[in-house]
Design a protein around this ligand. Sequence first.
Ligand SMILES: [Zn+2]
Length: 453
Amino acid sequence: MREKSIFSFRRMIIIIMVVINHLFLTTSVTQSGQSRDVFRAGTAKIDITPTKPVKMAGYRSRTGLSQGVHDPLSARVVVFESNGKRLVLVSTDLIGFYNGTAEHFRKIILDEFKLKPGELFLSGIHTHAGPSLTIDKEKGHPNNLEYTHNLKDKLIETIGKALDNMSPSRIGVGIGYCPIGSNRRELKFDSLGNSSIKLGRNPYGPTDKEVLVMKVTKPDGPRSSEGRDETVIAALFDYATHATCLGGKNHIISGDVLGLAEQFVEKILGEGVIAPAFAGASGNINPWFRVLPAFNTEPGWIPEPVLLGTVLGEEVVHVLRDIEKVYSGGEIKTAFITLELPGKLKNEVTRSVPDGTVMKDCPPTPLNITVARLGDIAFVGISCEVLTEIGMEIKAASPYKHTFVITHCNGAAGYLAPQHLYIEGGYEIKSSPFAPQAADMVVKQAVKMLHEL
Ligand SMILES: [Zn+2]
């Protein structure tokens, strides 16, 4: 009996020491007075609408400059920090960072803010109704060169602002579904009965209808028995569709379906909330109404990009309003790798070249994979146009509760298609620089990196 009570006393002393030690470690305070491990978030948004006519990105057939603006383009930044680790998510209403601009912008941003390579997700929503970026003084249009230069300054300013306004924060994730994305690999037959895959609509093809929504809040008001009131500061969302309701004949600037969804969410949620969109794996997914020549202004008609953007935006708001639990984001972990992927050989493209295009062997192509986690929420950034099957495979294999697959992120390496589609051919296969086995290598690497976080 006596021995047992001595044992309990010793045990109690040890427990007290452990608790004191833990308290001491977790309340180390930074010079700014903030506890180092407090999970904090900051947001900022800036207008990046071109102020001069610019060359537009996405369709080679379109050579003229932009002729007006339907809706504004923005860059939206959400930053997270915990225990000295940071995660900077940047969404821009642009096609993506082509023509070497990803490397150029990333280097400047990483240096400026002393970020690790994995701490920055620099992405575009892939609108085809925005300016193309260029840093090529020989070939670039002067207005696009100027636009790109100003964009760099604006991104630095906006990321700086988001880092400066960080405050203790909470996050929560919800899942919705949206039907506006359509598989675009349509089987067509010529007059002789020969089949081939063309860009169109394939209602039988796979689509990822998931809308992932992250609510970011900051505590507002005194603590009560029901917790604290929380004010929403950001509604991030991830959906797999090209932002291409508008086609190559359109010369009006717009964020297209994803940009219009962002604008809708911000309008509904009101001042102080930003709604950055991220393009999921959508290499073979177009909006249901696709590549239209213009915004239809017939009286009574809702222009298709507005209609589809509103459907998606309303789902984001529905999901956001249903997210009841928000919690501290916990540990931030990030990783970054550049994979050298094997290039496609011309004999690997079977039915893709009916138009007489001369195919060449492609050299090995580098691809960046960026992964991050905030507690049980993961992010996978891939520097190319990823076909939807690949994104779904990564999500299914991810060890985390929610995984945001973000494409057009930290680079622009072209289409990445699953191996089985190389037999069918089609536009994405013809344009891809990658060998058929590349997609499996990317999935394995991304999942491995998620496990190692
Ligand atoms: Zn594309």
